[in-house]
Design a protein around this ligand. Structure first.
Ligand SMILES: *[C@@H]1O[C@H](CO)[C@@H](O)[C@H](O)[C@H]1NC(C)=O
Ligand SMILES: *[C@@H]1O[C@H](CO)[C@@H](O)[C@H](O)[C@H]1NC(C)=O
Ligand SMILES: *[C@@H]1O[C@H](CO)[C@@H](O)[C@H](O)[C@H]1NC(C)=O
Length: 260
């Protein structure tokens, strides 16, 4: 063989190999894609939870699908605009802080917040939750049903007892503010600022609570108004977390998640 023929031969072989490589790659990708689509539609809630946490800042149809899936799973649709309007903010915050995020304190129990905290934070994420309320009967409804070493309940008998709520731990991942008397809320928004990564405040369209007096100290804030009862999410230090929660909540507006 002359050198020229040798080279032609080698080039021919390379072309054949490349062709095989690329066509099989396309077949491989198609199979992979089909597999991904199949498992995407069948995957566990856990997978969606992990996906949201790991890809929250990568806009895609897949991210939207996972977020919608979790909303359907944890929050009944259409979204409730009154008592349960904070539920999406709580859901987004819990998902993005998952297991390692740490404990949650709930000031003021309710069917929407206490149940979600129990179902997701306690049962699935194995986080410590402290639920508190000034109404003993109301508190017992939840306590009788859900109390465990991971989910504790505390009855607040006098207003001054709010002063010590949360002091038994150095740091809270999330504090949920929905307690009585109403004028006490802003006091605790200010009091908890150095102990919590994030606060979620219910009824934040209501001027009489004077939330602004407390929220002004929080550099990172989002005011969510998709539902007729507004919710605020605020943090002193967690800029990225706050912006990720904001992103998920804004998605509910862009995706027009059904509401009442
Ligand atoms: C996904 O679920 C559908 C219906 O439940 C089933 O027919 C299909 O085989 C599942 N696909 C995979 C990859 O598990
Ligand atoms: C706890 O309360 C929820 C909501 O009211 C209810 O669905 C559930 O059945 C209760 N569980 C027990 C063990 O009472
Ligand atoms: C929180 O920390 C800041 C700065 O470290 C301090 O100025 C402020 O008084 C603290 N607030 C509370 C309520 O502890």
């Amino acid at each position: 063989m002359t050198n020229n023929k040798k080279y032609s031969c080698i080039i021919f072989i390379i072309i054949v190999l490349l062709t095989i490589y690329f066509t099989s790659d396309i077949i491989f990708s198609k199979t992979l894609l089909k597999f991904i689509i199949d498992t995407t539609s069948n995957q566990s809630i856990q997978h969606s939870e992990d996906y949201i946490k790991n890809h929250v800042q990568e806009p895609s149809d897949e991210l939207n699908a996972h977020w919608l899936r979790l909303i359907k799973h944890y929050v009944p649709l259409p979204l409730e605009s009154g008592y349960g309007s904070h539920k999406l903010a709580l859901l987004a915050a819990l998902l993005l802080t998952a297991k390692d995020g740490g404990p949650v304190v709930e000031m003021g129990c309710g069917y929407h917040s206490t149940l979600l905290l129990h179902q997701l934070a306690v049962d699935r994420q194995k986080r410590y939750v402290l639920s508190t309320d000034t109404d003993r009967e109301w508190l017992l409804k939840f306590q009788n049903n859900m109390s465990s070493s991971l989910h504790q309940f505390r009855f607040i008998n006098r207003v001054s007892e709010w002063n010590s709520v949360g002091n038994d731990r150095p740091r809270w991942s999330i504090a949920f503010i929905d307690h009585k008397p109403g004028e006490r809320r802003v006091v605790d928004i200010i009091r908890l600022i150095n102990m919590t990564d994030l606060i979620i405040v219910h009824d934040s369209e209501t001027a009489s609570y004077q939330y602004e007096r407390g929220l002004q100290y929080y550099p990172y804030r989002y005011h969510y108004t998709y539902l007729s009862t507004a919710t605020d999410v605020a943090s002193r230090t967690k800029a990225t977390l706050l912006s990720n929660i904001k992103y998920l909540l804004e998605l509910t507006i862009n995706l027009k998640v059904p509401k009442q």
